[in-house]
Design a protein around this ligand. Structure first.
Ligand code: FES
Length: 329
């Protein structure tokens, strides 16, 4: 059994043939992660001392980062005692992941290809989560799909999901053709480490593409409950391809320190708003990133491109937090 030492001095044992991430979870240590299968890159960390072995392909890690000593903790195990440049997340200490029964409370068609689903758990079994986390819904025939929770925790315990239709997708066939109010489902959650870190920075930049809006909306709802004096300057960028993909009206800023930007990458002639990609718009609007934190959710392409560009422009890499859409396991 190998020991893994974290930057803040905490340590845990890593079993052979068990990933560093799973070993941490087994020892009730929460490390940054999302997909747990090598695709999103959220669990990337640098090995400062010791040796590791890959148990599965590190799809999200490029060869340059690999050569620099970075690994994905969800893919590698320790083959010697290790020191890694990661810290555990004490905010998740009280959060338990488990399987809940849930009924569909309502389904609302937002666009031709996007629906809003509200789920309710039994009144005595409400889910306790941090705004920004996701769940894995277990549907008919045991199919599983991950969806971000689109709201901050609410008193009635209900959770909101934004679901995009995937042509030919088995779960989409359920959501768009069969699902109805009061259907009984199960979900596992909460999952992931996408939530707002404290202390809040002076400037918060939120990036979303498509239904990546869901956890960003949850973060905004959470932030709006904080005392006004604690609120940072917030700049939110939401990008989609076409005007019909703008499925929710976010034009009502909850406070004067929130600036909302909606962009289209393939605008029609009648679009008068901003165009292009969210990561480019951020670089146009802001020049200094030293006192920022960035939270991004959407396509892997956007996340990778935004992280590379912002870190190059001065954002500390540990201030870029993301949750990428990856194919389901
Ligand atoms: S790549 Fe490790 S959690 Fe996604």
């Amino acid at each position: 059994m190998r020991q893994v030492l974290l930057r803040n001095g905490n340590r845990f044992a890593c079993e052979s043939n068990t990933t560093i991430l799973d070993s941490a979870i087994a020892n009730k240590i929460a490390l940054e992660h999302s997909c747990k299968n090598g695709q999103c890159g959220v669990c990337e960390t640098k090995v400062l001392k010791g040796d590791t072995k890959a148990l599965r392909p590190e799809i999200a890690l490029d060869s340059e980062r690999l050569e620099q000593g970075y690994v994905l903790t969800c893919c590698r195990t320790a083959i010697s005692d290790l020191e890694i440049d990661a810290e555990d997340l004490p905010e998740l200490a009280g959060i338990k992941t488990k399987t809940y029964p849930a009924r569909i409370d309502s389904i609302e068609q937002l666009t031709q290809s996007i629906i809003k689903v509200i789920l309710r758990t039994p009144p005595n079994d409400k889910i306790h989560f941090l705004a920004g986390q996701y769940i894995s819904v277990i549907g008919p025939n045991g199919l599983r799909r991950s969806y971000s929770i689109a709201n901050a925790p609410r008193a009635d315990g209900k959770i909101e999901l934004h679901i995009k239709k995937v042509d030919g997708g088995a779960f989409s066939a359920y959501w768009f053709d069969q699902a109805k109010a009061n259907d009984l489902l199960r979900f596992e959650g909460p999952l992931g480490t996408f939530f707002v870190r404290k202390p809040l920075p002076k400037k918060l930049i939120l990036l979303a593409t498509g239904t990546g809006l869901a956890p960003i909306k949850a973060l905004l709802e959470h932030i709006s409950t904080l005392p006004a004096n604690d609120l940072p300057e917030i700049h939110m960028y939401w990008g989609s391809r076409f005007a019909e993909d703008i499925y929710m009206d976010l034009a009502k800023p909850s406070s004067s320190n929130l600036k909302m930007h909606v962009l289209l990458s393939r605008p029609g002639e009648d679009w008068n708003g901003r165009t292009g990609h969210v990561q480019d718009a951020v670089l146009t609007d802001h020049k200094h990133f030293g006192e920022c934190a960035v939270y991004a959710c959407g396509s892997i392409k956007m996340i990778e491109s935004a992280k590379a560009a912002l870190v190059k422009s001065g954002l500390p890499s540990n201030k870029f937090h993301s949750d990428a859409f990856v194919s389901s396991n």
